[in-house]
Design a protein around this ligand. Structure first.
Ligand code: THU
Length: 144
């Protein structure tokens, strides 16, 4: 059983995601996303979505955060937080399939995934696990 996140760790991770969201480069969708990951050794890495005039080259916030951490030598993660604006009719936004597969490469299924939405001045947080978001990831090394 891995150590559950403390309230303080959760708040720091969400603050980091909310902060980097301000740097989102999203002139095409106008949809700003912020993400942050907490590593096993207590480091936080941030990522935001970066779009391109050639739309398909866009990279999501979650993958940028995970890849920044991996570039810095991290391999083990305790949690990921994601933050978006609240869209009408949707409680929260959840990661795209590509990001879920990348999370599954580095994070065990019980990893907490915090999905936060900014609704005017309020930050509402939904708590999921990677298992809930990605029950059957592609994994060529195991027999699932
Ligand atoms: N986006 C993310 O950053 N993360 C997701 O999980 C889904 C979508 C970004 C990509 C694009 O810049 C914008 O949101 C609209 O799709």
């Amino acid at each position: 059983m891995r150590k559950p996140l403390t309230k303080e760790e959760e708040r720091s991770l969400l603050d980091a995601a909310q902060c980097v969201r301000e740097n989102s480069y999203s002139p095409y969708s106008k949809f700003k996303v912020g993400a942050a990951v907490l590593t096993d050794d207590g480091r936080i890495f941030q990522g935001t979505n970066i779009e391109n005039a050639s739309y398909g080259l866009t990279i999501c916030a979650e993958r940028n955060a995970i890849f920044a951490a991996v570039c810095a030598g991290a391999r083990r993660f305790r949690a990921l937080a994601l933050i978006t604006q609240k869209l009408p009719g949707m409680a929260f936004n959840s990661p795209c399939g590509a990001c879920r597969q990348v999370m599954s490469e580095f994070m065990p299924p019980e990893t907490p995934i915090l999905l936060a939405v900014l609704d005017k001045t309020k930050r509402i947080v939904y708590r999921k696990t990677l298992r809930e978001l990605m029950p059957f990831p592609f994994d060529k090394f195991s027999e699932k």
